[in-house]
Design a protein around this ligand. Structure first.
Ligand SMILES: NC(=O)c1ccc[n+]([C@@H]2O[C@H](COP(=O)([O-])OP(=O)(O)OC[C@H]3O[C@@H](n4cnc5c(N)ncnc54)[C@H](OP(=O)(O)O)[C@@H]3O)[C@@H](O)[C@H]2O)c1
Length: 343
């Protein structure tokens, strides 16, 4: 019997967990639709197939997926480039962002109940399917003010921004943060989280996304195709870098002494950090039910919202992967897996 092992977005935490994890037990009688890769490669290796539905282990819940978000991590893991580091195995089902309804719970599950509407980030992916198994600490109650498609746009992007700004940078009211790629999946949440915590935000994106930066609440929007950010941003307390390379290299000089540069895609350069008297961090997102609950509260309080720019059916997973690989997505792309129960 072929078991479909799911994959991790990326992350040292995931590597550890992948060593500890056992493949989900599949119920051979029940099948489900899924986007599946049997080989590593570009988006075109994904097939839309019937596969065995996973059964929850004792510490897992089975979630009926209504919608699943798309991330740049999906094409990255599909490429197999980091298969060893991520503990990736074939065949695999991508999908780290899910929103759905709890269908079944294992014997040791205490907080989740059948029928709960949840959203979250299964560490090993698997969300681009009718069903996925999750651990309790990977999901939380879905924001009540959002539908399932909107909720599925949140987990990985918002968790990354939340953990970077609040856990790592410990951003305070009155501080200034420079957020690169602020129109993207992580950046669009980072701007709103920073503003909701009283920070001043300088945000960068291309010409077409300047309107979005303002809409999100940025105090100063920079079009990186026209203006060098270091000519405008100076003495900031923190930088969030989802771009890397030259953007990261030019960021050290705009941070005040004692400030921090956080990159999502690279290790900050030690020599540059020392030269400027600043700190650096390579961010590694992890699923966290407490963070997801706080994010849901922020959303239900009207202080943050996901920017969903495209909704595609699961059968269009290849198109979704192609878009994610561009690194120029405005807000989020979401796959609709099933009809929203509330219409
Ligand atoms: N380490 C982790 O734990 C972690 C977690 C999540 C994501 N990531 C990584 O972080 C990166 C960003 O993720 P994402 O979901 O935000 O990606 P995304 O949705 O593709 O957004 C990227 C954004 O960057 C902007 N951009 C591209 N080039 C730029 C430049 N030179 N200067 C400023 N902005 C630029 C784009 O805006 P324009 O179209 O306007 O250029 C786009 O909105 C990805 O590589 C992803 O894999 C890492």
């Amino acid at each position: 019997m072929q078991i479909f092992q799911r994959i991790s977005a990326a992350l040292p935490v995931a590597i550890l967990l992948s060593l500890l994890s056992q493949p989900a037990a599949a119920d051979e009688k029940l099948m489900m639709k899924a986007a599946v890769a049997h080989e590593y490669g570009g988006p075109e290796v994904l097939k839309f197939e019937d596969v065995p539905r996973p059964g929850p282990k004792e510490d897992e819940a089975l979630v009926r997926v209504i919608a699943s978000g798309v991330n740049p991590a999906d094409p990255l893991t599909l490429s197999g480039k980091y298969a060893r580091e991520f503990g990736t195995h074939l065949p695999l089902i991508p999908g780290y962002d899910i929103a759905g309804i709890v269908e079944k719970v294992g014997a040791n599950v205490t907080k989740l109940k059948v029928g709960d509407a949840v959203y979250g980030y299964p560490t090993f992916g698997g969300g681009w399917a009718d069903y996925v198994t999750v651990r309790e600490w990977e999901v939380a109650a879905k924001p009540r003010s959002l539908n399932f498609v909107e909720a599925a746009a949140i987990p990985m992007g918002a968790l990354t921004a939340w953990q970077a700004l609040l856990d790592v940078a410990k951003l305070q009211s009155g501080q200034t943060i420079l957020i690169h790629g602020a129109s993207g999946g992580v950046g669009s949440f980072a701007v709103q989280i920073a503003k909701s915590h009283g920070a001043r935000v300088i945000a960068t994106a291309s010409t077409a996304n300047q309107d979005l930066l303002k809409q999100l609440g940025a105090d100063l929007a920079i079009d990186y195709t026209k203006t060098r950010f270091e000519d405008v941003a100076r003495d900031v307390d923190a930088v969030l870098d989802p771009v890397g390379k030259e953007t990261l290299a030019r960021s050290y000089g705009v941070v005040k002494k004692g400030g921090i540069v956080m990159s999502l895609v690279a290790l900050p350069d030690r020599a540059e950090l020392k030269k400027h008297g600043i700190r650096g961090a390579a961010i590694s997102v992890h699923p966290d039910a407490t963070d997801l609950t706080e994010i849901a509260h922020l959303i239900d309080a009207g202080k943050m919202k996901p920017i969903v720019t495209q909704v595609l059916p699961l059968s269009e997973a290849i198109v979704a992967q192609q878009q994610a690989a561009t690194h120029h997505t405005r807000g989020k792309v979401v796959l609709r897996i099933a009809d929203d129960p509330k219409g």
